[in-house]
Ligand binder design. Structure first.
Ligand code: HEM
Length: 459
């Protein structure tokens, strides 16, 4: 007993001494490092960061997820990071994410990601999706929103964004199977922003198991489709999976099954919770600021679309005309961005804004450093879509999709989905909040604490 107490006491003293040694070594030795404490070894300031990120102030830290990290502030800092990809910096995703999707676009160099971007998210491919999107959106609203007085937007809209992604990316349409996949993706999402501690009970452990399960399910589908494609190259299912399976790189190499699998997982993952979050906050602000709703409702395109025949769907050209709606969606993403920021890694020592950034440090850009800054957005708390009309914001100040060569490849897809939903929902309903002044939490994406209940008023 005495021995154990002595041992534990010794261990505690050693940890405390190491901590102060670590702090003084890294801080005193390098006065031009960016300001801020380096926090605890391994953890750094991650716990404080997660705490304040939930309150919308993630910008004052220097040591995140066990990495020495400089946080970039302001449009100039963003510009520097985004225009120096593969020169001074390179994208860096947290270890948990790299481990979960090891051969996906996220783990690839910028060069490799070009193929993915060109093949799947170019306007020609996306324009083919518009009709299906419109059809799915109409059916969704008819089945799940019509004949209801009240809906909870945040949980309900997930069915929409996830079903749409399953349908357009993989042609999976069975609602029971889709809801089973959605359960596994929820577990993965929780694991992505956790520490990569792989033991029973941790979010990360559960995420690894859920990813394995999803891999098993999707592998069968991918192998079947690959076989079908080799027998009949003009497959009738022109979905994202079909594009992935048939697009070769410049050396004529097709993706391996594992690459297709990891990319599909990453796209299904990135392609529904983010847009769900954007749609939820768009609905929230339109309930709170009715004159903006009226502006969309009065729009010329809106009235033109009412004269379309019952089976006539929106077209790619229609989507390009929804400028005010897109300005409104941008304003919602400025105030409640789905992604709070992302990392880059220094490829060599460099100096920026008088601070020395050592090779290997991570750099974090944060949306809130500009989105909520009055230097870039006057009265930043105010919801005002007109900021995105005319010349729009200062370059590199509005960055919900990141920037540079690693900017979100799903941006155009997200734009179509958001506009499609907005157009169809405004056509059917006006709405008001059923829970005014609802709190916001970040879990890990911004989430209304009560799920955003709204009262629907059909036209
Ligand atoms: C409102 C919706 C969305 C938002 C706000 C968003 C935001 C972002 C952000 C901030 C990044 C990091 C960019 C950087 O570091 O510069 C990113 C990357 C990524 N996003 Fe999105 N995203 C959205 C929708 C989507 C959709 C619909 C998809 C898929 C169809 C998608 C797939 C991805 C992928 C695969 C990456 C990694 C790209 C790379 O590493 O090169 N995202 N997204």
């Amino acid at each position: 007993m005495i021995f154990i107490s002595f041992f534990l006491g010794f261990l505690l003293v050693t940890i405390i001494v190491c901590f102060f040694f670590y702090q003084s070594k890294v801080q005193n030795g390098s006065s031009t490092l960016p300001p801020g404490s380096l926090g605890w070894p391994v953890l750094g300031e991650t716990l404080e960061f997660l705490g304040t990120a939930r309150n919308g102030m993630p910008d004052k830290f220097t040591s995140l997820i066990g990495k020495q990290t400089a946080v970039s502030c302001g449009a100039e800092g963003n510009k520097f990071l985004f225009s120096n990809e593969n020169k001074a910096v390179v994208i860096w995703w947290p270890t948990s994410l790299q481990n979960l999707f090891p051969s996906s676009i996220m783990a690839s160099t910028s060069h490799d990601t070009k193929r993915m971007r060109k093949a799947f998210f170019k306007p020609e491919s996306l324009s083919r999706c518009v009709g299906t999107m419109d059809d799915v959106t109409k059916q969704y609203l008819q089945m799940e929103w019509e004949n209801r007085r009240e809906v909870k937007v945040f949980p309900m809209v997930k069915n929409y964004t996830f079903s749409l992604a399953c349908s357009l990316f993989t042609s999976i349409e069975d609602p029971i199977y889709i809801s089973k996949l959605a359960t596994d993706f929820n577990v993965v999402l929780k694991g992505i922003i956790s520490f990569p501690l792989n033991f029973l009970g941790t979010h990360y452990y559960q995420a690894i198991r859920a990813t394995d399960q999803l891999r098993k399910e999707l592998r069968v589908l991918i192998e079947q489709r690959r076989e079908a494609l080799s027998e009949r190259p003009s497959s009738p299912k022109h979905d994202l999976l079909w594009c992935m399976l048939k697009t070769a790189d410049e050396n004529g190499q097709l993706m391996t099954v594992n690459e297709v699998l990891d990319n599909m997982l990453a796209l299904l993952m990135g392609g529904h919770d983010t847009t769900r979050c954007a749609l939820t906050f768009l609905m929230k602000y339109l309930a709170e600021v009715p004159h903006v709703y009226d502006e969309i409702f009065k729009g010329k395109l809106f009235w033109n679309s009412l004269t379309k025949g019952p089976n006539e769907l929106l077209t790619w050209e229609d989507m390009q005309k929804m400028r005010y709606s897109w300005a409104t969606a941008n304003e919602a993403m400025r105030l409640a961005p789905a992604v709070q920021g992302n990392f880059r890694k220094a490829l060599s020592d460099f100096t920026y804004a008088g601070f020395h950034i050592p090779k290997g440090w991570t750099l974090y850009w944060s949306v809130n450093s500009t989105h909520m800054n009055p230097d870039y957005f006057l009265e930043p708390e105010k919801f005002d879509p007109s900021r995105f009309q005319g010349n729009g914001p200062t370059p590199f100040a509005f960055i919900p999709f990141g920037g540079g060569p690693r900017m979100c490849p799903g941006k155009e897809y997200a734009r179509l989905e958001i506009l499609m939903f907005l157009h169809n929902v405004v056509k059917k309903f006006k709405w008001e909040s059923a829970f005014p002044n609802e709190m916001l939490k970040v879990d890990p994406l911004p989430t209304p604490a009560e799920g955003l209940p709204i009262l629907l008023h059909p036209h």
